[in-house]
Design a protein around this ligand. Structure first.
Ligand SMILES: Nc1ncnc2c1ncn2[C@@H]1O[C@H](COP(=O)(O)OP(=O)(O)OP(=O)(O)O)[C@@H](O)[C@H]1O
Ligand SMILES: [Mg+2]
Length: 272
C-alpha cells in the first residue's frame, strides 16, 4: 500500500553548527518520516544523530533549513516523547510516581491517572514494581519504566537515542522485542538511534546511514523483511545477511573515503 498521508517528520536542507560555527554538526540534511514508520539512524560517533533528535523535538533550532513535525515547527504541546540511553527517572519518586508525574504535567485528572499508570506498567511487564524506587531496579527495568513514561503521553512521534546501549545483550534482546510489540500495537512513528547494525535491521523499516564531519546522509536503506519481527526473528533469512553485508560495505566505503576505521568499527561492532 502506498502511503498517501503527509510525512509526520520532515527535514529539509537542515544545517546546524555549534560554537559560533566552528563545529558543523549537520549540513544540508533532508529526510521524511511517514506516520507510524520505524526509522533508524546509524553512523559513527559525532555524525549528528543526537543533534538530529534534538532538532526534531525542538530543543535546538536549525541554522538553515526547516524541521516540521506534523506540518509545523516542533512545539512543546505536540505529542512527542524521547527515550535516552539512561532512563533519567526521578530518583525520589516511585516507578508509578515517575509515570504519574508525566501524566500530571499533561493535565490528566488524578483519578484517571491511577488506572493509566497500571496499564502502562502492565504493558512493559512491571506491574509488581509500581511502588519500587528507581535504585531498586535493574538497568533494563529502569529503561522499561523510561519507555512506559514515554508511552504515557501516547506519542505520535517517539524519539529514541541509543535506549538499549547500556544494557546487557540478553536484556537488549528482550527490550527490542517489547518495543516492536508496542510499536506494532500503537504505530507511532519512531526515530531510533543506534550504533548496532543488527538492532537497526531487526527494528526498522528504513535505515538512514549518516557520515560524519559534517553530518550528512550517506545512504537510505529500506528494510524489506517480514513483519511483525517480534514474532519471527529475521536473522536467519538470506535477505537479512544481504542487508547486513550491504550496510557493512557502505561503512567500509566511508573508511576508504577518509573516516577513520577505528571510528567506524568502534561505532558498528564486528564485521559479519
Ligand atoms: N551543545 C553542543 N555544543 C557544542 N558542540 C556540540 C553540541 N552538541 C553537539 N555538538 C557537536 O556536534 C557534533 C555532533 O554531535 P552529536 O552528539 O549529534 O553526535 P552523535 O552522532 O550523537 O554522536 P554519538 O554517537 O557519540 O552519540 C559533534 O562534533 C559534537 O561535538
Ligand atoms: Mg549521540
Amino acid at each position: 500500500m502506498t502511503e498517501t498521508r503527509p510525512p509526520i517528520i520532515s527535514l529539509n536542507g537542515v544545517s546546524k553548527s555549534f560554537k559560533d560555527g566552528q563545529v558543523q554538526a549537520i549540513e544540508d540534511l533532508s529526510f521524511d518520516v511517514r506516520p507510524g514508520e520505524f526509522v533508524s539512524l546509524v553512523g559513527p560517533s559525532g555524525c549528528g544523530k543526537t543533534t538530529l533528535l534534538r532538532l526534531i523535538d525542538g530543543l535546538v533550532a536549525p541554522d538553515r533549513g526547516t524541521v516540521l513535525v506534523n506540518g509545523r515547527p516542533p512545539d512543546p504541546t505536540y505529542n512527542m516523547a524521547m527515550v535516552f540511553q539512561s532512563s533519567r527517572l526521578l530518583p525520589w519518586r516511585t516507578v508509578a510516581g515517575n509515570i504519574d508525574f508525566v501524566l500530571g504535567l499533561r493535565g490528566h485528572a488524578p483519578k484517571a491517572r491511577k488506572s493509566r499508570v497500571q496499564a502502562l506498567l502492565g504493558a512493559v511487564g512491571l506491574r509488581e514494581f509500581a511502588e519500587a524506587y528507581p535504585h531498586e531496579l535493574s538497568g533494563g527495568m529502569q529503561q522499561r519504566v523510561g519507555l512506559a513514561r514515554a508511552l504515557a503521553v501516547e506519542p505520535e512521534v517517539l524519539l529514541m537515542d541509543e535506549p538499549f546501549a547500556a544494557l546487557d545483550a540478553m536484556t537488549r534482546e528482550t527490550l527490542r522485542g517489547e518495543l516492536l510489540r508496542l510499536w506494532d500495537r500503537r504505530r507511532m512513528a519512531v526515530v531510533f538511534v543506534t550504533h548496532d547494525i543488527d538492532e537497526a535491521i531487526i527494528l526498522s523499516q528504513r535505515i538512514i546511514v549518516l557520515r560524519p564531519r559534517p553530518g550528512r546522509i550517506d545512504a537510505v536503506v529500506p528494510v524489506d523483511l517480514p513483519e511483525p519481527r517480534w514474532q519471527t526473528d529475521p536473522r536467519g533469512l538470506p535477505a537479512y545477511a544481504d542487508l547486513r553485508r550491504a550496510l557493512w560495505d557502505r561503512i567500509h566505503a566511508m573508511g576508504r573515503e577518509g573516516v577513520a576505521l577505528e571510528e567506524l568499527t568502534g561505532a558498528f561492532g564486528d564485521e559479519p
